[in-house]
Design a protein around this ligand. Structure first.
Ligand code: 4AD
Ligand code: MG
Length: 474
């Protein structure tokens, strides 16, 4: 359908051609001698209006109720100019085949259904306008991500999903254990099949990995090893956080893009983050017009203007210390009081981007070292690290990054201070032993980018199958 209707003439150039369309029936309206079927194949937001007279081959399938909302069909016909105002062309059907009929219990009927309801129907929600559009824009953002980094000479690295290190040190990891004996022998009880000591604890010595293994929270440490060999690299893959927070911006499983730049400092890192965000935003504005118009009308009024501004403007930069000053001076009562050294809550982040700087992305830098991860490079003041977070309206923190501590001695001391074992990080320390270089990188939560780019309020609607506390169905 996108092929037919996607051109600037919206299909007029194809008038007179015989074409076939395969898709799912969105609506069906039967009048006495003509039936209108709106069919959608997901290639674009638009449906193809199919107009069928009583003489169309296969018409009896409509009469006998085989073709209803939700059914899959194959139609063949001639492209004609449409009399209706909603589309330029339609298909005058010569032949129709019911490929798969749809049971009357089909839950996605024409009436508007809530996104909460659709979360319980994650297997069918891609057939709605909203979720079809989100899926296409998400795809375009992924494509633009690879395009941006490839055009700028970055090498894509696959970082492992199973790991023994906790990059962020926040203790938010899911544990991976193996089932011994095999699940079949354990007669269906997976819990029984986890190797245990006599005290009933997991016996890691018997485990496949020989020691506790986890799902990765970030591919950064692995990316650093490749950045200190191939120069600029990036990862793009799933990451996991066992944070028990039920918010509209947290998932237990989310995709992260993590560039790592060699011979680079925090300024280079911020410049890269800005150029990247502007590039992908421009890409969807240019390539996803129909879907973006839909979001602009139905999901967030004004989103196109907001994104155009982002693509064209410089972002605000502010130190953490100045941001705290700003929040202290704000004529506003926050639920979480602010003082130097505190972690910023989403109410603070939103105040900064939405109120203080009128919807412009804001990059905060130089955070207190005590609220940031062990690998960040210490600043000369001894109190802060070369960290940066990019905050955007509606979403809050979209990007977290830093310059990495490349000085062996500093890094060892930091590990000691945090009671982390130097032995566990032997290979990471080696990177500082053999040809260390200043380097920096960041992580962008892909679903938060999808939220930012589509206006969709809840992160669970920005990924096909959300994983969050209490939800791993489908
Ligand atoms: O700020 P974070 O924790 O930074 C890191 O993981 C670094 N290792 C990145 C790096 O420097 N390579 O996470 C980075 C981003 C956040 O800014 C946020 O957009 C996203 O990942 N994120 C989440 N997105 C959805 N659900 C969650 N639970 C998220 N946690 C972080
Ligand atoms: Mg962060």
């Amino acid at each position: 359908i996108a092929d037919i209707k996607g051109g600037p003439d919206q299909g007029l150039g194809r008038v007179g051609q015989t074409l076939s369309v395969m898709g799912w029936v969105r609506t069906l309206r039967a009048q006495s001698n003509v039936t209108f079927i709106e069919v959608n194949d997901g290639s674009c937001l638009s449906n193809m209006q199919c107009v069928m007279g009583l003489d169309a081959e296969g018409y009896h399938q409509v009469e006998s109720g085989l073709i209803t909302t939700g059914a899959s069909i194959w139609v063949q016909g001639t492209v004609v100019e449409s009399q209706g105002s909603k589309q330029k062309v339609e298909l005058k059907v010569t032949k129709i085949v019911a490929v798969g009929k749809s049971d009357p219990s089909y839950p996605i009927q024409k009436k508007r259904v809530s996104r909460e309801f659709l979360r319980t129907k994650a297997h069918l929600r891609p057939r709605t306008n909203t979720f079809g559009a989100v899926a296409r824009v998400r795809n375009a953002l992924a494509y633009a991500t690879h395009k941006f980094f490839q055009e700028n000479g970055f090498v894509w690295i696959s970082s492992p999903i199973i790991t023994t290190s906790d990059c962020e040190g926040a203790g938010e990891q899911f544990c991976v254990t193996t089932l011994i004996p095999s699940p079949q022998e354990a007669a269906g009880s997976h819990v029984d099949a986890i190797p245990k000591t006599q005290d009933g604890l997991i016996d890691w010595s018997q485990d496949f990995f020989g020691k506790p293994a986890f799902l990765t929270v970030s591919g950064q440490l692995n990316a650093e090893t490749y950045a200190t060999a191939l120069s600029d690299v990036y990862t793009f893959g799933p990451t996991f956080r066992a944070e028990n927070s039920n918010t509209s911006r947290h998932l237990a499983e989310f995709w992260m893009i993590e560039p790592e730049l060699a011979f680079a400092d925090l300024n280079d890192d911020m410049a890269c983050a800005t150029a990247y965000l502007q590039y992908v935003v421009k890409h969807i504005l240019e390539n996803c017009k129909e879907d973006m118009d839909f979001f602009n009308t139905w999901i967030e009024k004004g989103i196109i203007q907001r994104l155009s501004d982002v693509a064209g403007k410089d972002f605000v930069q502010l130190t953490y210390t100045d941001a705290i000053e700003l929040l202290l001076r704000a004529n506003k009562k926050f639920e979480f009081p602010v003082k130097w050294g505190c972690d910023l809550q989403s109410e603070h982040e939103r105040y900064i981007t939405e109120e203080a700087f009128g919807g412009c992305p804001v990059i905060l830098r130089d955070y207190p070292k005590d609220i940031k991860a062990f690998y960040m490079r210490q600043n000369d003041d001894g109190k802060t690290v070369a960290a940066m977070d990019m905050l955007v309206p509606r979403v809050g923190e979209l990007i977290g990054g830093s310059q990495r501590e490349e000085r062996l001695g500093y890094l060892e001391n930091r590990l000691d201070d945090l009671k982390l074992s130097r032995d566990d990080f032997w290979w990471y320390l080696d990177l500082r032993r053999y040809g260390s270089v200043p380097h920096a990188g960041f992580g962008l939560g892909f679903e938060r980018l999808v939220q930012f780019a589509t206006g969709i309020e809840n992160i669970r609607d920005a990924i096909p199958f959300p994983r969050a506390p209490g939800s791993a169905e489908f």
